[in-house]
Design a protein around this ligand. Structure first.
Ligand code: NPG
Length: 368
């Protein structure tokens, strides 16, 4: 197969409410989509970069630049036996995993559509539905947060993740436990906001029976996480630090992580995500699927991945209406706290043309 061309497209999607983390507040999601046309059939990939490099070194204008300047030219005129070749072809270009993931996903979607196979089946999914967790941003005051959590639990979410930062941590977790009890599956995410000097403070979270604490320390501080793991009873789960199967293996071996958040964009695509899943299963390390506030396109692929057998914890896999009033695809709707895994060819979903056009702010077609 050959890629005929790639269209880059930016869409602007308003969020139903601001989403605050320790690194930014998002009110609108500006998404970069990749549409690959392969032997006349189109496939879609969602690039999960943010506008600025605050979560990872990548950012959206940088992703457009590296795709145009290096990644797309390297794939131009190349005869591919499948999307699995893309990772190898793009390997000489360091980093830029989110950009690479978006291209690989778009080509994989087209390939699977041509062959009539679903992404879920291709990856090795074993479930028809996946349980939904929800990520709850930092708020101005605890009562507002409790109302938000109350609403999500009433909707049926089976696991709550609280974003934390210094000044918004132990008291917030305590308030959630006091109001909703000990049975709620609860975890926290610091997005690198602490240092090892905060170990004693973070150990106060041990009283609340959390599933895990996600990425307390800096991305590159693997040894710091290994030290912290010895001081906490709450399991540590790495997110930002895990950029490949290789870093995942090292973090597990060093005792820096006992659970892994797998985000396909962060690790360079769904095929690398599956490799991390496989090695984690072999090591007895549970994994769950992270989210990057994706539209229905990225969400569809995440749901497929989350249906693999090693994804034993509920992921940040929420319904479309958690973030968007209007999604780019048919919305993902939660039933009994779960989403159905798409079964159609490829991602199993496609953008609704009128909605896509209305939200599009820019496109560029790059013939290959
Ligand atoms: O459900 O899609 C979702 C959001 C889950 O909290 C979430 N994502 O740090 O994991 C994170 C955070 C994030 C969102 C990170 C967007 C980067 C971008």
């Amino acid at each position: 197969m050959r890629i005929d061309g790639i269209e880059l497209r930016r869409v602007a999607m308003p969020l139903v409410s601001p989403f605050r983390t320790s690194f930014s507040t998002q009110t609108e999601k500006n998404i970069l989509l990749v549409r690959a046309v392969v032997d006349g059939v189109e496939g879609w990939g969602e690039c999960v970069t943010l506008p600025d490099p605050r979560y990872s070194p990548e950012y959206t204008d940088g992703a457009v630049d590296v795709m145009r300047r290096f990644l797309i030219p390297a794939l131009t005129g190349v005869e591919l036996s499948g999307a699995h070749m893309i990772g190898e072809i793009l390997k000489p270009f360091k980093g830029h995993r989110m950009a690479k993931a978006a291209i690989e996903t778009a080509v994989l979607d087209a390939e699977l559509r041509i062959e009539g196979r679903s992404l879920a089946r291709e990856l090795g999914a074993v479930h028809d539905t996946v349980p939904c967790g929800v990520s709850v941003g930092i708020m101005d005051e605890i009562p507002r947060l409790l109302d938000a959590v109350d609403g999500y639990l009433a909707e049926g979410y089976v696991r709550i993740k609280l974003k934390i930062e210094p000044g918004w941590d132990v008291d917030v977790v305590r308030a959630v436990r006091e109001r909703f009890g000990d049975d709620v599956l609860l975890q926290v995410d610091a997005n690198t906001a602490y240092t090892l000097r905060d170990a004693q403070h973070l150990a106060r979270l041990d009283d609340f029976g959390l599933l895990l604490i996600e990425q307390p320390l800096e991305e590159e501080d693997i040894l710091g996480h290994a030290d912290l793991a010895k001081l906490l009873r709450t399991p540590i789960c790495l997110d930002e630090s895990i950029t490949s199967a290789q870093t995942a293996a090292a973090a597990i071996r060093l005792g820096a992580t006992s659970v892994i958040n797998i985000k396909p964009g962060r690790v360079g695509g769904y095929l690398e995500a599956r490799r991390i899943h496989d090695l984690a299963v072999a090591q007895g390390v549970p994994v769950w699927c992270g989210g990057m506030v994706e539209s229905g396109l990225g969400r569809a692929a995440n749901v497929a991945l989350a249906a693999l057998p090693g994804f034993t914890l509920p992921g940040d896999v929420s319904a479309s209406d958690r973030f968007y009033k209007v999604d780019l695809t048919e919305p993902f709707v939660m039933h009994d706290g779960a989403l159905a895994v798409p079964q159609g060819p490829g991602l199993g979903v496609a953008p609704i043309p009128e909605i896509l056009d209305e939200l599009t702010t820019w496109t560029e077609w790059l013939p290959m």
